[in-house]
Write a protein that binds this ligand. Structure first.
Ligand SMILES: Nc1ncnc2c1ncn2[C@@H]1O[C@H](COP(=O)(O)OP(=O)(O)O)[C@@H](O)[C@H]1O
Ligand SMILES: [Mg+2]
Length: 422
């Protein structure tokens, strides 16, 4: 388990003084005026085993600095980092190097592959640094390459591979090291959108199979929402919100976070379960009198047909409740599990015009998502504080426009060192 508490990193003049002033209530702008650069300010969180913990923020918000304190490359100005109970800030250089080499693996935006070595040798590199024998490391590297779908390129040189493939070699190198913890800094940010999406899928698949604990850094909110079990949103060195993607989307902590969310594809984050409304359920054998009475009682314009405790038979609209049994009048229902993203409901809702039924594992009805609720939830204004007042107060427009372009300063040299674990 990885744990950060009261973590600060200040660059520039008299960093300790700056931390003390920040702790006493000074703003980041105050201490900047005095020549100090607070990069990480009072950050605390716990990464749970097996989760993907995403740190999301604009370029310059302190993400990479935070990561370098988590891997022990940068000593914090104040605060603590513990990995499985071991306090990193108390380790000496050799101890930190050992932790970096044996307990964590890193993947970066620039693939940091060694150009004169084969794909296999690159994938085996972390093991080589650790002193693992040739035979073992090549076996493990081959395994890792096949996990990322590159088994047949083991003998190629990096230059013969596309960017996406090179990044998969970087991922294989991290997987071959066989550590529980993976630290990924903008690992997919240099890739084309389609390839990037493929890498995200692959990471989610690997995570499901291997159960790694992953700290994933990105400036892209859609990527954060897609990958994160939880997402920590950073601004000016601080974490302003740390929640599940769905919580962030439906209850942004402040206008800053809300402003960010305008660009998010809500249909992939909000789930059917969060919108499900209770619905009346009748057996398909119910007659017109019974359905009419139930519709009148609930005031709803639909009801779901199912035997008690049984799977969904159909959805009956008030307008269709004519003569005969309800089961005869009702078309089959579109059914989805509670964790289905709203994107999965749009097609069925459009095709049937009826509410989509949310079902449990036995396909029993647990509620419905009416078409109007579906559309309302996808509107960008939903859930944003201040959304009804036009532009939210203090909206970080300019800041976003300046920095949304992302993280293009060059971390290449640092990457090489960090991958080598030295
Ligand atoms: N070695 C350094 N010396 C001085 N300032 C730094 C150093 N590294 C980062 N910073 C500053 O710290 C802030 C956070 O940077 P960084 O952690 O790289 O942000 P991000 O990864 O979110 O883009 C920025 O203002 C950056 O200029
Ligand atoms: Mg960075």
């Amino acid at each position: 388990m990885l744990h950060a508490r009261g973590l600060y990193k200040v660059f520039g003049r008299r960093p300790e003084d700056a931390v003390r002033r920040l702790q006493e209530g000074a703003t980041v702008a105050d201490v900047r005026d005095d020549g100090a650069t607070p990069a990480v300010v009072d950050v605390g969180f716990t990464v749970r085993p097996g989760e993907i913990f995403v740190v999301m923020g604009l370029s310059g918000s302190g993400k990479s600095t935070l990561l370098r304190m988590l891997n022990g490359l940068l000593p914090p100005t104040a605060g603590s980092v513990t990995l499985d109970g071991e306090e990193l800030t108390e380790l000496d250089r050799a101890g930190l190097r050992r932790v970096r080499q044996e307990r964590m693996s890193m993947v970066f935006q620039h693939f940091a592959l060694l150009p004169h070595r084969s794909v296999l040798q690159n994938a085996a590199y972390a093991l080589e640094v650790r002193g693992v024998d040739r035979r073992t490391r090549s076996d493990r590297a081959r395994e890792a390459l096949s996990l990322v779908g590159l088994a047949d390129r083991a003998d190629a040189s990096p230059a013969q591979l596309s960017g996406g493939m090179q990044q998969r070699v970087g991922l294989a190198r991290a997987l071959a090291a066989d550590t529980d913890l993976l630290l990924m800094d903008e690992a997919f940010s240099a890739l084309d959108p389609l390839i990037r999406r493929g890498m995200q899928d692959q990471l989610l698949d690997l995570q499901r199979d291997l159960g790694k604990t992953i700290v994933f850094i990105t400036h892209d909110l859609n990527e954060a929402m897609r990958l994160g079990d939880r997402v920590a949103v950073m601004r000016d060195g601080r974490i302003v919100q740390c929640d599940t993607p769905e919580q962030i989307l439906t209850a942004p902590a402040d206008d800053y976070v809300a402003q960010f969310l305008a660009d998010v594809d809500r249909s992939r984050v909000v789930t059917a379960g969060s919108l499900a409304e209770p619905v009346a359920v009748l057996p398909p054998s119910a007659g017109p009198g019974e359905t009419g009475a139930e519709l009148a009682r609930t005031g709803a314009d639909h009801l779901v047909l199912a035997e008690p405790g049984g799977p969904v038979h159909g959805v009956l609209a008030a307008a269709d409740a004519g003569s005969g049994s309800a089961g005869q009048a009702a078309p089959p229902a579109a059914c989805v599990p509670a964790d289905a993203p709203l994107a999965d409901l749009l097609g069925p809702a459009a095709a049937t015009g009826h509410p989509v039924v949310v079902v449990d594992e036995a396909r029993r009805p647990v509620g419905v998502v009416p078409v109007t609720a579906l559309l309302a939830a996808l509107s960008p204004a939903a859930g944003e504080p201040g959304a009804h007042d036009g532009v939210p107060a203090g909206a970080p427009d300019a800041e976003l426009a300046d920095r949304r372009a992302g993280d293009d300063h060059d971390d290449r040299h640092d990457d090489d060192r960090e991958v080598a674990g030295v």
